[in-house]
Design a protein around this ligand. Sequence first.
Ligand SMILES: Cc1cc2nc3c(=O)[nH]c(=O)nc-3n(C[C@H](O)[C@H](O)[C@H](O)COP(=O)(O)OP(=O)(O)OC[C@H]3O[C@@H](n4cnc5c(N)ncnc54)[C@H](O)[C@@H]3O)c2cc1C
Length: 467
Amino acid sequence: MESLARIVGPGNVLTDPSDTLPYGTDWRGSAAAAPAMVARPASTTEAAALMREAAASGMRVIPAGGRTGLAGGIVPIAANAPVLSISLERMNRIRMVDPIDMSIAVEAGCTVEAVQNAATEAGRLFPLAFGAQGSAMIGGALSTNAGGIRALRYGTARDLVLGLEVVLPDGRVLDDMRRVRKDNTGYALRHLFVGAEGTLGLITAASLKLYPALRLRETAFVAVETPEAALALYGRMQGCGAELVAFELCGQRTIQLTVQNGPRLRAPVPLVTPWFCIIEIAAAHDGLPLRAIMEDSLAAAMEADECADVMIAENEDTRAMLWRMRESTPDAVRQAGPSVPTDTAVPVSAVPRFIADVEREAAARWPEGHVMSIGHLGDGNIHINLQAPGPEVPRADWYTRAAGFDEMVNRLAVAAGGSFSAEHGIGTGKLKAMAAMKDPVALDVMRSIKAALDPAGMMNPGKLLPG
Ligand SMILES: Cc1cc2nc3c(=O)[nH]c(=O)nc-3n(C[C@H](O)[C@H](O)[C@H](O)COP(=O)(O)OP(=O)(O)OC[C@H]3O[C@@H](n4cnc5c(N)ncnc54)[C@H](O)[C@@H]3O)c2cc1C
C-alpha cells in the first residue's frame, strides 16, 4: 500500500472494503466482490508505475472505468492473489480535438458523453451513444467494444479507433496514438486491446474518429404489428435519402413498463400494438428537407401496412423524451423483477425469424416468464430477456427456474449466422458460451496472444477466456 501511495498519493489508494467494494460491483450488481486495493492514477506515468509495482508484488490487476459494464468484467474472481483495481477516473483530460483531421485524443477516463460534448464544441460528431454514456468511460467502452444506438451507421467502438495508448502488464507503454487513417505498418495492435475487457493491458488514452456534425435530425416513434413489418420499414428508411442513424425495436411490455415507471415519460402513441420502433434520420446539411422525408416515408409505410401509428417528434423536448424513454428501458426492466438477460446479434434480415424462434421455445419451456425484447434492429442486436412473473420472485430462484434460457437464445443466434455476444462482452457471464461456441482455433490464438502479452496471467484473471 505504501508503494502504491508513493506513486499516486495516499488519498488515491483505497483499502477499506466499504470503499473498494464499489470498484468490484458493476451495474447488474451480481456477484460483487471487493478488490484488495484501488489505485487512481492521474497520468500514464503513474499508471505504468502502478503496473510495475503490481507485477513486482504478484498482484492481479483489474482496470475499472465507469463500472457500467453488464458482463461482470470488473468483479474480482478467480484471482489467486490480491487484486488491485486501477481506476481511470482521474485521467479525464481531452488532449486534443482536430476538426480537420476529424480526430479527438482523450484520456481513457473521459466519459463517452464528455467526448461527445468536446466534439460538438468543435463542430463535429463523436457518434458512440448509449444509455450509460454519462458514466461509461472511453477505456471501458473500447474494452467492451460498446455498440449502442448508432452502430448501424457508424459502427461499434472498434470502428472509431485511430490509435491507443496502453500500459502493458510489464509496465511498458505502447504509444500508438495515431491520427492517420492509413497506416500499414504491420499488425494493427490497437485492435487487440479493443474488446479485450482489460485482459491484455490498461488503455490510458485513445485517438478517435470524428464525423461531420448532424445539423438536422428527425425522430419518430412508430407502432408496428410484427418484427417483419419493422424490418420492411427499416429497409424503406435505409433508402429514404437521409442518413438513417438509429432504428430501435422495443416490445410492448418493455415500453409499457418504461412509460409507467420512468420519470417525465408519456406514451407517444397508444401502446396497443405488440411492437414499437424509434427511428432517427439526420443530415449534415441543413438544406435537406428532412421533415418531409420522414413524413413521406412514414406515410408510404402506412399505406404499405408497415406501421399502425406514428408520432414524429415536433420539437427538441419530445425528441429528448423519446431517447430518455429508450435509455430508461434497462432500469424499467430491472425494477419490474429479476430477468435473465441476453445480448446476441443476428443478420438484420434474420431478426423476425430469430425473435419468433425464441418466443416459441420460451413459451414452451418457461410459460410463466415474460419475454421482454429491446434492441438495435438496425444492427441485428435485440436483447431478449426472460423476466420473472413478478418483482417478488427472488433473483436466485428465478435464475434457477429460467436456467437454460440464455443458452437457448445463444444457440438460436449462432444457428442464424449470428453471435452469442453482441455488445456487452464476455466477462464472466458468457465464459460457458465461449467454451462451447467459440471456434477452438480462435480460442487457441487468443490464448497465445494472452500468453505473449501477459505471461503471468496478471490482467483481469478469470474473464473472457474460459479456463
Ligand atoms: C443503462 C445501461 C445501458 C447500456 N447500453 C449499452 C448499449 O446500448 N450498448 C453497449 O454496447 N453497452 C451498453 N451498456 C453496457 C456498458 O455501458 C458498456 O459496456 C460500457 O462500454 C462499459 O464502460 P465502463 O467505463 O462502465 O466500463 P467498466 O464497467 O468499468 O469495465 C468494463 C470492462 O472493461 C475493462 N476496462 C475498463 N476500463 C478499462 C481500461 N481503461 N483499460 C482496459 N480495460 C478496461 C474492465 O476491466 C471490464 O472488464 C449499457 C449499460 C447500462 C448500465
